[in-house]
Every structure is written in C-alpha cells, then in structure tokens.
Design a binder for this molecule. Structure first.
Ligand code: TEU
Ligand code: CA
Length: 562
C-alpha cells in the first residue's frame, strides 16, 4: 500500500459560514478560522476541508460562484486567505478547498455575457435549448425542486440548472471552458492549496439530446438522473484534469452521488488516474422513513456494517475511501445515527470510535467533535437552505403536504441541521458572534459547547482527542487489514485491524440496550488488552480479553490492542 499524507491524516470539515464570526456581521469568516487554528490543531487533525470560499451571491451558500479567483466578500480577502493558509501550514496541517466546477452563479461574468446573445463568445460555456412551445425542453426536475430549465426571455431559450436557477450548469464539452477551468485550478495550486474536494463532479457530462426522464409514481418531474450523472464523458474530463492540472502531490477527492463501494473504482481505481477517493451518500438517509417526517429503526447490518465493511475491504487497486457520517448536506451524526437524548455522550463516542478506527480517511464534521445535534425546535422561519423555499412551494403551497408535517420533516432531514453556528461557549450566540447569526444557534448550546467540554476529561471532545492520538500512534488503523467478526450480530459491530504483528480489536454496541458478542478462540487467544473505552470505567491495560462472551452496555465501545 503506497503511503500518502491524505491516507494517514484525519480531516476536519469546516462550514465557514457557521464556524466563527470575527467581525460581528453574523457570518463566519476566514479570520474567524485563523482565530481558532490552535483549537483545530488541538483536535489532532491534519487537514482542513473548507466548504466553498469563493465570491458568491450565496443563493446556495457559496456553491454558486461568481468569481473563482477571489474570496467571498463576507468571508474576507485574498490576503486573509494567504494568512489562513500559512497559519495552517505553520501548524503542519494541509488545506483542502471545495472546487465547484459543475456550474457557476448566474451572476458570473461568463453567464452575464452568455445571456446577451446566442452568438456570444461565452454562450456555449452553458447548456441552452429551445423550449417545446410554452414548455421547457424536457420534463427534468432540479435537485432542489422545480424544473431544471429556466427561460432566458432576452434570447428566448432555456438554460439548464440541475440545482437552483441561479446555478446554470457549465457545458464541459466546450474545450475553451475546460481550458479556463484548468487555469483557475492551477491558480489555487500555485497559492499552495494541498487538495480539492470536487463538488458534484460526476455531473459534469449531460446527455445533450436532453431526452425526457421516466415519470415515476408520484413524481412531479421526470427522472433526470440517468442523463446527468456518471455519464462516460465525465471520465474523459477527469483524466484531462489529472494530466494537465493535478500533476503534483495534491489530493483530488470527488463528490459523487449514486456511487457505492462496488462501483467507486470507476473513478478511484489506481489505473484510472482520476480521483484519489470519493465522497458517497451511503450514510445520508440512514434511518429515514417513507416520508421525510417519519423515522425507522436502523438496521445495523444492512445500513451500516455492509456498507462500511464493503468500503474497507475493497482491493487496494480500487482506490481509497473517506470515513464520514455527516457533512453540510445531511444531518448531525449523533441525531441521525446515535441518540441525542438519553445516551447523547455515549452514542457520540461510540460513533467516533467506529469512525477513527475504521479503514479510510476520517472526516470529522465541525461540531461533531462536541456532539452537536439537529436543531429539533426550528420553525419554518428559522430555515435558510434554498431547497427549503423550493420544497415549501412545491409540497405545501400545492397542498400535497401539511405545513406541520413539512416542518417536522425539516427537523429530521434538513441540511440546515448541520449548518447551525459552532457552539464555542454558553454565552451570547454560543460565542460564535456578538450579533444575531445568519442562522439561529441550536438552543442546547449552554450544555453542548467547546469551553465546557475542554474542562471535562470525560467529554465527547476529549474522547475524540484520545482517538485521533491513538490513530497517530497505531499505523495499523491506517494501513492495517480490516476483518469484520461476528458479522450476523444485529447489535454489535466488531472488527480487527492488523499490520505486521500489531492487532487491534474494536467492539461497538450500536444501540441503547445491552448486547453481547461471541468471540472465537483465535480472537480471545490474541492477547488483547483494553486500550480505550467510552464508559471510561476501566483502568487501561487491566482488562485482558479472556472470556469468549463479552457483554456490552448501551452504546458501549471498546478498543483492545495486543
Ligand atoms: O451536492 C451535490 C448533490 O447534491 C448532487 O450530487 C446530488 O445530491 C447527488 O448526485 C444525488 O445522487 C453538492 C454540494 O455538496 C451541495 O451542498 C450543493 O448544494 C450542490 O452540490 C450544488 O453545488
Ligand atoms: Ca463575519
């Protein structure tokens, strides 16, 4: 296995808008991150992944870029960026930028030019089509709801936007567009950026015949996914970027919906030379019921073990993978996969144990390290995500769903659950800002915050620090083999990592009830001694694993080392 910095490190994802507001305008910014670099370093992380920081009108909070080579006004300046980057490098950490190249903002100069005339030089940087009479070119919907087509009255043609109408899709079959995109990425590489998370990257190619999508039961629009996701040309564009741009030691990470551990090698295979690894969506909908306002009990084997073990046991030449549960597009880990009430700390620590001992690069999402939860008491007016306004129009104003159920659904599934301000302390606005933040602080900030947890040896925060330290000490957790044990156990997830003579056993009770696991003689005879547990009641090294039957308390997690 080839050693790489991005395999050995632990990553920390920061949603910049919600991390720390240094100039009291209610919006997080780069200088706020600079203020907190020592805190970030204290977590034991090695790389920081920032959500988009380029100039943007913020229709989709930075995922709609109007200037790829400048910093979003609210976040600061290029000088602030340079200071942040040197602060990161001086602390021996790396920076991964979010690179959003499937589309631009409709306020980008190229799109403003393109709209002027059909023969404009930039017209074909985007995807245009005539309508059918008064109707759009086809029945595609957008990911945010509504049609994927917007009529430009000036030229009488529609442009494609698979996200919001302020995010017109680029035409990647246009060589000039590709050359301009390469120049732009090189600009950031020359500034010293260490890696890129390529947003929605498997959407770069579209079926340019724009055929209608299949109308599925109850759908408002045709199924457009087969025509805009994982088309063959995406591989050509990625190979071209790898050959002409990513020629150094940068890590290139894709975000690829519709990809799983069985087919990810089409992008991450070592012989493909496209992506180093790719973010999947496996964990996004775990526990989601038929309707957004319903939840179902997690099936540990189907929803978690099969997927995480699947990713961990791929052949080396299929590429690498991340280990993450949450990001800015889903909900808070402990609320979706653990228990944010009775067993809040124990379940958060159990989930952290799995994440930091599994095979792949762990991405800790800001706030998960202190056990931040979903904003369960948000009302409609508290939500900021563009997809909420689209959805409300489409489902509530049309009479399809009641207001109450729609809001209950948001409480359980909205991306804004993962975008509330970082909870630094129990003072005004959780120490995020002196003024009202752009989005409401979670009302539990007085009990869940950094200041409180730094002082508590048994806090979730200090447990994460023990795990990141253990991962640094034990290369077996990075490059070691992965072997699941007792696979049919419906409550306990257990596995062994081994490298050379070093063996590590992890056993996690995934639920809030007692459970047990039967270990084989071979495991029991490995001479395991307890190294870390989330109940914190054992003195370390004292417990030798001697009995085959291990009884575990609710959400109990243990790590043994031989
Ligand atoms: O999300 C991409 C995304 O949502 C699609 O890839 C889709 O969900 C997936 O393909 C379904 O299979 C990224 C960002 O993470 C998100 O925050 C942005 O809103 C979106 O792109 C638009 O830039
Ligand atoms: Ca600010």
């Amino acid at each position: 296995m080839e050693r790489k910095w991005w395999k050995e490190g632990v990553a920390y994802q920061i949603y910049v808008r919600s991390f720390k507001d240094s100039n009291n305008d209610g919006i997080g910014d780069l200088r706020g991150i600079i203020e907190k670099l020592d805190y970030i370093k204290s977590l034991g992380v090695d790389m920081i992944y920032l959500n988009p920081i380029n100039k943007s009108p913020n229709d989709d909070n930075g995922y709609d870029i109007s200037d790829f080579e400048d910093i979003m006004t609210e976040f600061g300046s290029l000088a602030d960026f340079d200071e942040l980057l040197s602060g990161i490098h001086n602390r021996n950490m790396k920076l991964i930028m979010d690179m959003v190249i499937n589309h631009s903002s409709d306020e980008h100069p190229w799109f403003i030019e393109a709209k002027k005339a059909k023969d404009n030089k930039y017209r074909d940087y985007y995807l245009w089509s005539k309508g059918k009479g008064e109707n759009p070119p086809n029945n595609w919907g957008s990911f945010f709801g509504g049609s994927a087509w917007e009529l430009d009255k000036n030229t009488g043609e529609y442009y494609l936007h698979i996200f919001s109408k302020k995010q017109p899709d680029f035409n990647w079959s246009n060589k000039n567009l590709r050359e301009d995109m390469k120049k732009m990425i090189k600009y950031w590489i020359e500034k010293g950026v260490d890696g890129f998370r390529m947003d929605a990257i498997n959407h770069l190619a579209k079926d340019m015949d724009f055929p209608d999508g299949e109308m599925k039961e109850g759908a408002l629009y045709g199924d457009f996914i087969p025509y805009v996701q994982n088309l063959p040309e995406v591989h050509d564009y990625l190979k071209e970027l790898r050959k002409d741009v990513f020629t150094g030691d940068q890590v290139v990470i894709g975000e690829t919906g519709g990809i799983n551990y069985e087919n990810a090698h089409v992008y991450t295979g070592l012989d493909n030379k496209e992506l180093d690894f790719t973010f999947h969506f496996d964990m996004h909908s775990v526990g989601k019921g038929e309707k957004p306002w319903e939840r179902v009990e997690i099936d540990l084997i189907k929803d978690i073990k099969e997927k995480m073990t699947g990713w961990a046991t791929r052949e080396e030449n299929e590429g690498w993978c991340p280990i993450f549960y949450s990001n800015h597009d889903t909900t808070r880990t402990v609320s979706r996969l653990g228990d944010d009430k009775e067993y809040h700390a124990l379940s958060a620590k159990m989930l952290a144990t799995l994440q930091l001992t599994h095979k792949g690069t762990p991405f800790i999402y800001y706030g998960d390290e202190i056990g931040m939860t979903n904003a369960a008491d948000f009302q409609l007016e508290d939500y900021r995500d563009i997809s909420v306004s689209y959805g409300y129009r489409e489902y509530v104003l049309s009479g399809l769903v009641s207001h109450e159920n729609y809001v209950k659904g948001l409480n359980l599934t909205s991306r804004d659950n993962s975008r509330t301000p970082m909870q630094w302390n129990d003072r005004k606005n959780a120490g995020f800002s002196d003024v009202n933040p752009w989005i409401r602080v979670n009302s539990n900030y007085n009990s869940i915050n950094v200041e409180k947890e730094e002082k508590d040896q048994n806090s979730i925060l200090n447990y994460y620090k023990k795990l990141t330290l253990l991962r640094k000490e034990e290369l077996a957790l990075v490059y070691g083999s992965f072997k699941e044990i007792d696979e049919d156990n419906k409550s306990v997830y257990s596995y062994e990592r081994s490298l050379g003579g070093k063996k590590i056993l992890v056993v996690c009770n995934f639920f809030g009830r007692d459970a047990e696991i039967n270990l084989s003689d071979e495991v029991v005879d490995s001479g395991y001694k307890l190294k870390l547990d989330n109940y914190g009641v054992y003195n370390k090294g004292s417990i030798k694993l001697q009995e085959r039957l291990v009884k575990l308390r609710p959400y109990e997690a243990r790590i043994y080392i031989n």
